[in-house]
Design a binder for this molecule. Structure first.
Ligand SMILES: Nc1ncnc2c1ncn2[C@@H]1O[C@H](COP(=O)(O)OP(=O)(O)OP(=O)(O)O)[C@@H](O)[C@H]1O
Length: 244
């Protein structure tokens, strides 16, 4: 199987009936795949399902051809993620937090910690306890943690939340470089449409737990943008609901 990620008919419903229904799509190696949608559409739920932070009710997820539940360790071997609500240890420094995470990857050289801290512009803060960090500084650290293990597949849930202008641009360059030069595959959710236009090769639009559109830069051609495609899908969906 060539795809890095294959999602087939995945449904996850919380006790209150909300969640995601019958989601299917695939992501190829080296692609930057955007998950877009209004607040509450199900983006975080889907990402949590992909890294098994949420059990699915039905459907299958394969990563690099490995079934997420039947071959969990193999499937997760090369995965890095930044998911909302995952916290770091406040009384430890940035470096210590990453060193703690690095213990899960015995072959990883210590120099990798400094490398990822430098990538996210945090090397000068590495010996500070993170309880004093701002939202953006924390977000930079979480991004460093997601990239620490040299993952070949990375999930990023609203990764530039709280980042300043320079941080957002640095992030976009970093993701483009890793995708193009090192073939790293990314699935990212964001509400920043300029980020989508700059970074994504392909997108899926989620609304009320289902995919209402999927397209690629290639399919859009020169005239349409991801933004216009997004608005088309959302407007069409609203019309359908109005006439239902
Ligand atoms: N733990 C939970 N228990 C019950 N309902 C939940 C839970 N987490 C999310 N939901 C509901 O599931 C739906 C999808 O939420 P989710 O957080 O996945 O959306 P999202 O697209 O990531 O939203 P946002 O853009 O606001 O981050 C929402 O209706 C939300 O209220």
């Amino acid at each position: 199987m060539d795809n890095v990620l294959d999602i087939n008919h995945v449904t996850k419903r919380y006790k209150n009936g909300r969640g995601i229904q019958d989601i299917s799509f695939s992501v190829n190696q080296g692609e930057v795949f955007g998950l877009l949608g209004p607040n509450g559409a199900g983006k975080t739920t889907l990402m949590k399902c992909i890294v098994a932070l949420c059990d699915v009710d039905s459907g299958d997820i394969h990563i690099h051809g490995h079934h997420l539940h039947d071959e969990f360790e193999k499937a997760m071997e090369s995965v890095g993620c930044l998911i909302s609500g995952v916290e770091a240890v406040d009384y430890m420094t940035a470096y210590e937090n990453l060193a703690l995470a690095a213990r899960f990857y015995p072959g990883l050289p210590r120099t990798r910690i400094n490398e990822v801290l430098q990538w996210v512009g945090m090397e000068s803060h590495k010996d500070e306890k993170i309880k004093s960090f701002s939202t953006g500084m924390r977000q930079r650290l979480y991004l460093a943690a997601a990239l620490l293990s040299r993952p070949s597949f990375v999930l990023l849930d609203e990764p530039t939340n709280g980042l300043d202008i320079e941080g957002k641009l640095d992030f976009q360059h970093l993701i483009s470089r890793l995708a193009k030069e090192e073939g790293v595959t990314f699935v990212l959710s964001t509400h920043l449409i300029e980020e989508v236009e700059r970074l994504c090769d392909r997108v899926a639009i989620l609304s009320e737990g289902t995919i209402i559109g999927e397209t690629s830069k290639k399919e859009l051609g020169g005239t349409q943008t991801f933004e216009s495609f997004y608005m088309e899908c959302i407007t069409k969906r609203k019309e359908e609901i109005r006439h239902a």
